[in-house]
Design a protein. Structure first.
Length: 206
């Protein structure tokens, strides 16, 4: 595998998703193929409530995964609870470093959720964390005898700074769009005459 070509294939839909969010599906597909991950997704974590959510997912039914997540208390999930104190934008977590799968498989959290989707290893990169909520990009392996190798982990780690950058731009654009929407709503509901002029004082809107 040519790492540069593989990286380019993954990053193209990621950056295109800034203006076309549906391209995130192509991004997770490409990342799944290049890392040979059976599940690849973008997941949210409400730290205070200990609840997870699904933004994008490749490899399983997003509705089913979201439903299973809703019943899972992440406060008692050994993988998540051990990672939470160290959450930070850009941080990468490997579940093998948090709690090896041989021990994780004996927990209630594994049997209630991870076993359902065949997750034996998960590597996650935090795209955003504000002290309350996090958004992570995750790749998962379903073979306990073959964990992610150095090449696959290396490519994923090269994607991480781009993922952080792209997600920050998406958040900024979303904030600007909401401000524009609020301004337009205020103009429409204003009881007085208002005009929007261009730089050369031509009437744009009344």
């Amino acid at each position: 595998m040519n790492d540069d070509h593989a990286l380019a294939r993954v990053l193209e839909p990621l950056y295109e998703s800034i203006l076309d969010p549906d391209r995130l599906d192509d991004f997770t597909l490409q990342l799944s193929q290049t890392t040979r991950s059976h599940l690849t997704g973008i997941l949210g974590h409400d730290v205070a409530c200990g609840r997870g959510s699904v933004a994008r997912l490749h490899g399983a039914d997003p509705v089913q995964v979201a439903t299973e997540l809703q019943s899972l208390d992440l406060h008692v999930d050994p993988w998540v609870s051990r990672a939470t104190p160290h959450l930070a934008t850009g941080r990468v977590f490997d579940t093998e470093d948090l709690l090896p799968i041989a021990k994780m498989r004996r927990t209630d959290a594994y049997n209630a959720y991870y076993r359902v989707f065949g997750v034996e290893q998960q590597v996650a990169a935090v795209g955003h964390y504000d002290g309350v909520n996090s958004m992570t990009l995750s790749i998962c392996r379903d073979d306990r005898h073959r964990l992610f190798d150095d090449n696959e982990l290396g490519l994923f780690k090269r994607v991480v700074p781009h993922w952080v950058n792209a997600y920050a731009i998406m958040r900024r654009l979303d904030l600007l769009q909401r401000r524009v929407d609020s301004l337009e709503m205020a103009l429409e509901q204003s009881p007085m005459a208002m005009f929007t002029l261009s730089a050369n004082r031509k009437l744009l809107r009344a």
